[in-house]
Design a protein around this ligand. Structure first.
Ligand code: SAM
Length: 276
């Protein structure tokens, strides 16, 4: 019998948002929520020390992972066969998920320091995605699923709710991780909406309106959107010019954006153009 050296301990790296799951009960709940089937095309972001990777692979024929930390990548290569696990080394923020094909089921206990840009990056691949299950800071999940009328409803809510059905599944306390983060976490499920339900004519214009409206969220729309749409046009769309961004429904932002797409942005010195 050969004696193998025990693997060296990994020192968690703050810059990579490393809080490793170490609660078997929570891991089991997450995997049950994902409900992986053997032939599913699952992609895990940030496998780390394998807390989710291991139980996922117990159910799957194959798993793709995207990991940035070279030390962790070396461990994963030691622990799993290349036939089981395809490791994509690098930054998930720059990763081309289209290269993996279609019908992707994306999961992960995400690095919290990049969660918002990562969610926006992933949203670009929504057409290829079946569903996503993520652990995030609870506060971020609450903003994702927030409804109009409160302080949590913002750019993240509108941009993601336009593209996904989202549900907060359950809360995970700090004690489930090593090292323990300072805040609660939560699991969110994101299901891309059918393409036919997406009515924005120009995504850039939609994003511009949402960003402008929430840029100064305490101000009234007639001020934040002054450069973009007149009070009369807002009223014509059934939107009060004195309302604040957080009072609008996602559909109101779509209506404003499509109005601008149909009738060029004011201030451009051109006449309105015919609707698309
Ligand atoms: N899945 C493991 C778990 O649940 O214990 C680790 C989760 S830890 C919160 C986040 C993981 O994402 C770490 O493995 C970290 O190295 C990795 N990571 C951080 N930034 C990344 C990035 N930009 N691209 C890919 N992986 C990243």
């Amino acid at each position: 019998m050969t004696l193998e050296a025990a693997p060296a301990r990994h020192t968690p790296r703050k810059r990579f948002g490393q809080n490793f799951l170490s609660a078997p009960g929570i891991v089991a709940r997450i995997v049950a929520a994902i409900a992986p089937q053997a032939d599913d095309h699952v992609v895990e972001i940030g496998p780390g020390l394998g807390a989710l990777t291991q139980p996922l692979l117990a159910k799957l024929a194959h798993l793709d992972v995207v990991e940035i930390d070279r030390d962790l990548i070396a461990r994963l290569k030691d622990d799993y066969s290349a036939a089981q696990l395809t490791i994509h080394e690098g930054d998930a923020l720059k990763f081309d998920f289209a290269a993996l094909g279609n019908k992707l089921r994306i999961v992960g206990n995400l690095p919290y320091n990049i969660s918002t840009p990562l969610l926006f990056h992933l949203a670009e691949y929504a057409e290829r995605i079946v569903d996503m299950h993520f652990m995030l800071q609870k506060e971020v999940v609450d903003r994702m699923v927030a409804q109009p009328g409160g302080g949590e409803f913002g750019r993240l809510s509108v941009m993601l709710q336009y593209r996904f059905e989202m549900e907060r599944l359950f809360i995970v306390p700090p004690g489930a991780f090593v090292p323990a983060p300072k805040v609660d976490s939560a699991i969110v499920r994101m299901l891309p909406k059918p393409l036919e339900s997406l009515t924005v004519k120009e995504e850039q214009t939609f994003a511009r309106i949402v960003t402008a409206a929430f840029g100064q969220r305490r101000k009234m729309l007639r001020n934040t959107l002054r450069e973009l749409i007149s009070e009369a046009d807002l009223e014509g769309l059934g939107i009060r010019p004195t309302a604040r961004a957080e009072e609008l429904a996602v559909g109101d932002f779509v209506a404003i954006a499509n109005h601008l797409t149909n009738f060029r942005l004011p201030g451009e010195g051109r006449d309105p153009v015919a609707p698309l």
